[in-house]
Ligand binder design. Structure first.
Ligand code: NCD
Length: 338
């Protein structure tokens, strides 16, 4: 797959509604806030006994996971079910593509089954974008993580977590710590934090785990953990993505933990009310001490719960964007007819 031509407009209808969700880049703050507000309404619903809404009744959602996932796939499935959709889970690594069928042929078959939405996770950056261009425009594509490129629903559930626990974005100091270089989550988070107006966004890590042009993303760079943590309101820890590292970028995991691991002692440098986040899966004793992961400041499991409401919001908004677009196309066809 070639370089990703970022064309965020493919995600939006002519009226600026969401129809695919591929990347945070280029989206307006109003749309991100609409996702957060819609998710809020689903959370209040979660606290009541009725958990299901009929917004996607009669629609078919296909979970297309070309790469392993537990949290993301499961919360997408739950979100789709709570919207009353029919859900199909396809673990592509064990299905047709291993029998030699091309990705496009598999997609055409799913299209022929009248699917309405594909949730796509893929190891290659740009795969969901490619799929959005190849299949019928009537199928909404949601990116569930592509290579090192983007993980927009994770970033939105993180923004949701920050807003719930810390309120307005416009005074916050947020630090993202660890392996930024290989992290699609960090890229999407940095974009979302900037769009939502967070004035102080920091990345903390060794030079070998930061992209060379990282400042151009709108962040301040720190190489010493305690310097970067000074007075922050939010600490986001990231996993060391060993599976994406080529060659030795670190002396050892032990050394990484000594320098960048979040321990109770190091957390004292942050604001006393700071929250600790992590997209998961967490590696205890590699980037985070158990006492911190399970401690009073940790909201790591809240993030997982909020993920359901945020994914419900994105799916329902994309589906209504699709419907508007289909209606517009039908209208144009009527007008074109003699
Ligand atoms: C992340 C991912 O897959 O990008 N996990 C997730 O979706 N919750 C981060 C990771 O793998 O470390």
């Amino acid at each position: 797959m070639g370089p990703i031509a970022e064309s965020p407009q493919i995600q939006l209808t002519e009226n600026g509604q969401l129809r695919h969700f591929l990347t945070i880049e280029g989206l307006p703050a109003s749309l991100l806030n609409e996702i957060l507000d819609t998710a809020d309404s689903f959370i209040s619903m979660e606290q009541q006994s009725v958990k299901k809404v009929p917004l996607l009744r009669g629609k078919t959602v296909v979970n297309l996971f070309f790469e392993a996932s537990t949290r993301t796939r499961t919360t997408f499935e739950l979100a789709a079910k709570r919207l009353s959709a029919d859900v199909i889970n396809l673990n592509i690594s064990t299905s047709a593509t291993t029998k030699g069928e091309s990705l496009l042929d598999t997609l055409k078959n799913l299209e022929a089954m009248a699917s309405d939405m594909f949730i796509v996770r893929h190891a290659s950056s740009g795969a969901p974008h490619f799929i959005a261009e190849q299949v019928t425009p009537d199928i909404a594509i949601i990116n569930a993580g592509d290579g090192r490129h983007a993980h927009p629903t994770q970033a939105m559930l993180d923004m949701f977590t920050i807003r719930r626990h810390k309120g307005d974005f416009d005074r916050l100091k947020v630090a993202i710590v660890g392996d930024i270089l290989h992290s699609r989550v960090a890229r999407s988070q940095i974009q979302a934090l900037n769009i939502l107006g967070v004035p102080d966004i920091r990345v903390i890590g060794p030079k070998t785990l930061l992209p060379t042009d990282v400042e151009s993303l709108g962040v301040k760079v720190y190489h010493r953990l305690v310097d970067g943590l000074a007075d922050v309101d939010v600490v986001i820890m990231l996993r060391l993505q060993n599976e994406r590292m080529q060659g030795a970028l670190l002396p050892s995991q032990h050394e990484f933990y000594r320098l960048y691991g979040l321990t109770k002692d190091k957390l004292r440098y942050a604001h006393p009310d700071a929250i600790v986040m992590h997209p998961g899966p967490i590696n205890r004793g590699v980037e985070i001490e158990s006492e911190v992961a399970d401690g009073a400041q940790s909201v790591i499991l809240n993030q997982v719960s909020y993920g359901i409401a945020v994914r419900m919001a994105v799916m329902s908004m994309a589906m209504s964007g699709q419907t508007t677009q289909q209606q517009a196309r039908a209208l144009q066809n009527d007008e074109a007819a003699p």
